[in-house]
Design a protein around this ligand. Structure first.
Ligand code: ADP
Length: 375
């Protein structure tokens, strides 16, 4: 089979690593010819994944297409789908998820629990919603990694909001953030990975480290699993889906957002679960049986982020020390240039003991630094 990936970042790179176990010819479309996935595919095409003609031309010669980012040209994928190219996930599902407004409306329509929200078209609209605060304002399209999301506590924060179509949602009193990955094949069969539990870095608002399986009561686990599977069935699309959920102070489980693709919350599945999220997506695309999502051992993921105030050619400090540690797996994404907060790689730690995971995660965070000679 000829299979294309739209986007060539680290998710595409790890997806390609897993593809090497199967008989499949891989194609990547991405603007940057030095992107993380560029040298692991059979065929690289330089081009804009948001441009109709470029995506259509790229997809015309393929049997199937998947994505590693949602900001793709959905119209081209819809045309390709009509012409017989299999798309994972279906363009209709990407269309819903790509826009935070459509995503929230989908949850409401399908009785999927999510925080209460209103849609604001512009700043004028937002200013009428003072009584709705404290809330979180999220731009409908184009936000990522915390950009396009702003917390509005009181009236004086209103001007920090977006003057564009957005969602204003009630601020949730979060006890824990978890993510659940669900895979669905063409026959509608589903498998579900154990939830991962996220711990955020207050400075970058990026993931600090992550533990899996999440330490949560069984009742909350069941709720989260039921919501995640219902959501994916509602999207009516085969593929792999990562669902980010909040557990609030009353132990209610609310959907924050969904990614219709392999996701950073599933990096650990490469070493920590029998079938990784990347392996699973290939099984779905190639029509093989779904894999086993069981954990082999509990795990932690530490993101390797570019150090503060360092921009330029990347250097990895402390790598040898980290590689000396037992059951620690380093993944560098092959990005030549670092900048503050840039995702440069991750480290997965396996241990049957959660204290050992937390200890090693903190140790790795202190040991491993991505710097540059230039500032
Ligand atoms: P992005 O798509 O940029 O990752 P998210 O919608 O996931 O943005 O929001 C980023 C973070 O902001 C979340 O992980 C969470 O910590 C916080 N957040 C988002 N929505 C809410 C909310 N309704 N209430 C409280 N915190 C929120």
């Amino acid at each position: 089979m000829k299979v294309g990936i739209l986007g060539g970042g680290q998710l595409g790179r790890m997806l390609l690593q897993a593809s090497a176990n199967y008989v499949v010819e891989t194609f990547v479309l991405e603007n940057d010819e030095n992107c993380p996935a560029a040298h692991l595919c059979h065929h690289f095409t330089k081009g804009d994944i948001t441009d109709f003609k470029t995506v259509y031309k790229f997809g015309k010669k393929l049997d199937a297409i998947t994505i590693e980012i949602e900001s793709v040209n959905v119209e081209a994928l819809e045309k390709l789908e009509k012409e017989g190219v299999k798309i994972y996930p279906k363009p209709a599902a990407i269309r819903i998820i790509k826009n935070k407004i459509a995503q929230k409306e989908f949850y409401t329509a399908h009785q999927i629990p999510t925080s209460e929200f209103v849609v604001t078209e512009n700043m004028n609209d937002l200013q009428k919603q003072v009584s709705f605060l404290p809330a979180v304002h999220k731009i409908g399209q184009g936000g990522y990694d915390g950009k396009g999301v702003t917390i509005l506590e009181t009236e004086k924060d209103i001007l920090n909001g977006f003057d564009a179509p957005s969602v204003l949602e009630k601020k949730v009193h979060i006890k824990k953030e978890i993510a659940v990955i669900v895979a669905m094949n063409d026959a509608g069969e589903t498998v579900i990975y154990p939830p991962a539990e996220m711990i955020f870095d207050p400075v970058w608002n990026l993931l600090d480290y992550q533990l899996s399986p999440a330490v949560i009561p069984e009742k909350i686990l069941w709720k989260a699993e039921a919501i995640a599977v219902k959501l994916v069935k509602g999207l009516q699309s085969a593929g792999l889906f990562a669902i980010e959920l909040f557990i609030d102070m009353n132990d209610e489980v609310l959907v924050n957002e969904t990614a219709p693709r392999v996701h950073n919350s599933g990096h650990h599945t490469i070493e920590a679960n029998y079938s990784s999220q990347y392996d699973m997506l290939w099984r779905i695309i190639l029509g093989y049986p779904l894999g086993n999502t069981d954990p082999i051992l509990p795990s932690a993921i530490v993101n390797i982020l570019g150090a503060h105030a360092h921009t330029g050619d990347a250097k990895y400090e402390g790598l040898a020390e980290v590689l000396k540690m037992d059951n620690v797996f380093v993944h560098l994404y092959g990005k030549a240039q670092t900048k503050p907060g840039r995702k440069m790689g991750h480290v997965t730690i396996l241990s049957k003991d959660y204290q050992d995971l937390t200890y090693k995660a903190n140790k790795i965070k202190h040991l491993l630094k991505v710097t540059s000679d230039k500032f």
